[in-house]
Design a protein around this ligand. Structure first.
Ligand SMILES: O=C(C1CCS(=O)(=O)CC1)N1CC[C@](c2ccc(OCc3ccccc3)cc2)(S(=O)(=O)c2ccc(F)cc2)C1
Length: 276
């Protein structure tokens, strides 16, 4: 092992956090740990999705979804989104660097990043050949979501999933990319931004390492280009939620999952994430 691969730890008296040139071994271990966490916290494995790929909704089934009321369909998607977010919370908690952050910063990163990770994970569930996404056990096109009355959000969600799916990331690349989406030192309300940046730097090294190993470094800039689109998608979701909440305040208040309201509602403090 060369000197740089050994990586020498130097204790930084100012902080309890070792500041060391990241060793090659540390990055390999971090990548493996993130991939393992991803595998343990995705609701469907790639081979399962492959098998389901052509299982599409019938015209009658699509009609049934389109006949749902706006509030019923919104509630349905809110419940599914909350389910998916809970898997993202579990994924985050299993990322070595994430666990070492203070509780408030873990919550701040999840509040601003969990939806983005769901949207990235959604691209695994996308079929670019017929522009459908896995939903409620089968693959659905945008027309199925008509009763949500937010066609621009759905079109943008599908567009993002299609473009990312077309990059054909491996599960390992997807895993480390979602960790990078989550661990972002520019998020609002972070107490120890520097510490988040240190963890992020290692995840960035892990992603470069994996893309280099797979001979796909050309994908890196395409991946980084997708990040601002994620941000705009989440802003559009919040805007639509505000519109929906004005029309159906009681549905949001009494029928939406508490975690959904805490994450995406007005700035209420997040109880359920801390009790996890
Ligand atoms: O794909 C997942 C999961 C990803 C992680 S996983 O492990 O692969 C299991 C599946 N999703 C989980 C939830 C899903 C979701 C995606 C975006 C979304 O945007 C915000 C929103 C909220 C309320 C109304 C409209 C839009 C809400 C839910 S979904 O419901 O399937 C859904 C899908 C498409 C669509 F056009 C609208 C909803 C995507």
């Amino acid at each position: 092992m060369s000197g740089s691969e050994m990586g020498f730890r130097s204790f930084d008296p100012e902080s309890s956090f070792f500041s060391y040139p990241t060793s090659h071994l540390h990055i390999e271990e971090l990548s493996a740990s993130i991939v393992r966490s991803h595998r343990e916290t995705t609701q469907y494995r790639p081979e399962e999705l492959q098998a389901l790929r052509w299982k599409v909704f019938s015209r009658e089934e699509i009609h049934a979804y389109q006949s749902k009321s706006v509030d019923e369909m919104w509630q349905h998607c809110a419940v599914r989104l909350t389910d998916a977010v809970q898997y993202v919370v579990e994924f985050a908690k299993r990322i070595p660097g994430f666990r070492q952050l203070c509780q408030n910063d873990q919550i701040a990163l999840l509040k601003s990043g969990s939806m983005e990770v769901v949207l990235v994970r959604m691209s695994r569930m996308f079929n670019t050949e017929n522009n459908t996404v896995f939903f409620d056990g089968k693959f659905a096109g945008t027309e199925l979501f008509k009763s949500l009355a937010c066609g621009d959000l759905i079109a943008a969600v599908f567009d993002f999933a299609h473009n990312l799916c077309a990059l054909r990331l491996t599960e390992q690349q997807m895993a480390v990319f979602t960790a990078l989406v989550l661990i972002n030192a520019d998020r609002p309300c972070l107490e120890d931004r520097e510490r988040v940046q240190k963890v992020r730097r290692d995840v960035e090294l892990a992603l470069s390492h994996i893309m280099h190993r797979d001979n796909q470094e050309s994908l890196l800039h395409k991946l980084y280009q997708r990040v601002p689109v994620l941000k705009s998608l989440c802003a559009l979701h919040i805007e639509k939620l505000r519109w929906f909440r004005q029309l159906y305040p009681l549905t949001v208040h009494s029928l939406f999952p508490p975690l959904y309201k805490e994450l995406f509602g007005s700035d209420t403090d997040i109880q359920s994430l801390t009790t996890h």
